[in-house]
Design a binder for this molecule. Structure first.
Ligand code: PLP
Length: 434
């Protein structure tokens, strides 16, 4: 299948080129040129990776990666994605945090790494990613186990939690962790400028792993598909999802899965205080402001880039408002929700997942179309133990660390400190032994 930019359908590219390029040359984001339709009744009760191999086959058709797709899916989704009941019969939780770095980003990062390693591009590009937390560690973990890949991570000094920093710096020789004396915005600027540096690119070819990559979006459809198919077989009904949202990558994958014909009815989006999406759905005005720092820091995004893909798919305001309901959640509501979910649901929620719980309660009181019998599946995007400095004081006890995360936290760390200078970054890349 071909892909093209959200800004022009003139230039068609193949999936491998869309993966390697990251962003389209005109600054747009790659989208598939059509959405093949699936028939849910044709899917058997098989593990999620098999659902993925089948659902994604049309996107890989005719590509060098086509015969590898099943292996790529199996390697990417090498951990369970359970849906667990809560004490509220109308709410269940889809736990996406059983991967190596305890956040849903493991799914996309592992799929991307599995594709990159198999693309056999010569020379193999270096994956470069600026991170404010979960993306960098998921990408590093996914690439570290593949000796053919190299990855450079930039993160802001003082901008990540101690556990997140450990997860960014505990990998092997093929991961270079750079702590930048600057902000996350500085890190992003340095990455962008490096991509434009032809001299650097001729010596150290670069590729991106940020959340606009199609190789991260496509596999994120898998857990929506597998979960909705299970739910539909069990109840005869379509599934409704509540998605904690920052850059809209996770939610967009769900909307794409519904577009393919998976048995999904409604989406509710929960943002933190960065309220650009809910404001837009209320008023039609797209007004990204200054980014606000919140307790759900992985969602601190005021200009969600995947909105461009959603608007491409649903150009009119009427269409787009029909796709999802949205709410913005304050830090105070996040804290209250963590306490309440612990006491009443028996669930330890991370601050991101807590926004979905606030949305669930609001759906029942504020949404005029709400059907009280409606069952919602809230996505748990990270394990509470990743954000222990927030969650532990609220629940009043230590949060148990899952085994994969505990394993990472025992490893030694290596990092290089750099000023917020693109020239210094270039030198570090040229000096890094190949
Ligand atoms: C990245 C992240 C999000 C937001 O996902 P988007 O795809 O940017 O909307 C939510 N929760 C956690 C824990 C994350 O790491």
């Amino acid at each position: 299948m071909n892909f093209h930019s959200t800004r022009s359908a003139a230039d068609l590219v193949k999936l491998p080129d869309a993966i390697l390029a990251g962003l389209a040359p005109d600054g747009g984001l790659y989208v598939p040129d059509r959405f093949p339709q699936v028939d849910p009744s044709q899917f058997e009760a098989v593990p999620p990776w098999q659902v993925g191999a089948r659902m994604l086959a049309p996107f890989f058709q005719g590509e060098s990666l086509e015969p590898e797709l099943a292996d790529i899916c199996r390697e990417a989704i090498s951990f369970p994605l359970p849906r667990v009941a809560t004490s509220d019969p109308n709410l269940s939780i889809l736990e996406l945090f059983h991967g190596p770095t305890a956040a849903f980003k493991d799914v996309g990062a592992r799929f991307l790494a599995a594709c990159l390693e198999r693309l056999h591009s010569d020379p193999v590009p270096t994956v470069m990613v600026a991170t404010s937390g979960d993306t960098g560690s998921a990408v590093a973990a996914a690439c570290a186990e593949r000796s053919g890949l190299r990855v450079v991570i930039l993160y802001p000094e003082g901008g990540v939690s101690p556990r997140q920093e450990h997860q960014l710096t505990c990998w092997g020789d093929n991961v270079l962790s750079l702590r930048i004396r600057g902000s996350f915005d500085d890190c992003q600027r340095m990455v962008k400028e490096s991509f434009l540096d032809r001299d650097l690119q001729s010596q150290v070819p670069l590729t991106s792993a940020n959340s606009i990559s199609v190789a991260r979006l496509l596999p994120q459809m898998i857990y929506y598909a597998a979960t909705s198919l299970d739910y539909w077989r069990e109840t005869g009904e379509k599934a409704n999802f509540i998605v904690p949202t920052g850059n809209l990558g996770n939610a967009l994958a769900g909307i794409w899965a519904r577009r393919l014909g998976m048995p999904i009815d409604r989406f509710a989006l929960a943002t933190n205080a960065n309220a650009t999406i809910s404001r837009f759905l209320d008023t039609g005005e797209w007004e990204p402001g200054k980014t606000i720092a919140t307790l759900a820091s992985a969602m601190d995004v005021s200009n969600p880039s995947n909105m461009e893909r959603l608007r491409h798919l649903y150009p009119s305001f009427e269409e787009i408002t029909g796709q999802a309901w949205a709410i913005s959640v304050s830090d105070e509501q996040i804290s209250e929700a963590i306490v309440e979910a612990d006491r009443t649901l028996g669930q330890e929620l991370c601050p991101h997942t807590a926004t979905a719980y606030v949305a669930y309660k609001a759906l029942r009181t504020e949404n005029p179309d709400h059907d009280p019998e409606c069952h919602w599946i809230a996505l748990a995007t990270a394990h509470a133990a990743k954000f222990e400095t927030i969650v532990e004081p609220l629940v009043g006890r230590p949060v148990e660390v899952p085994p994969a995360l505990a394993d990472i936290l025992h490893r030694p760390t290596h990092r290089v400190d750099l000023p917020a200078s693109t020239q210094a970054l270039k030198q570090a890349l040229l000096d890094w032994p190949r």
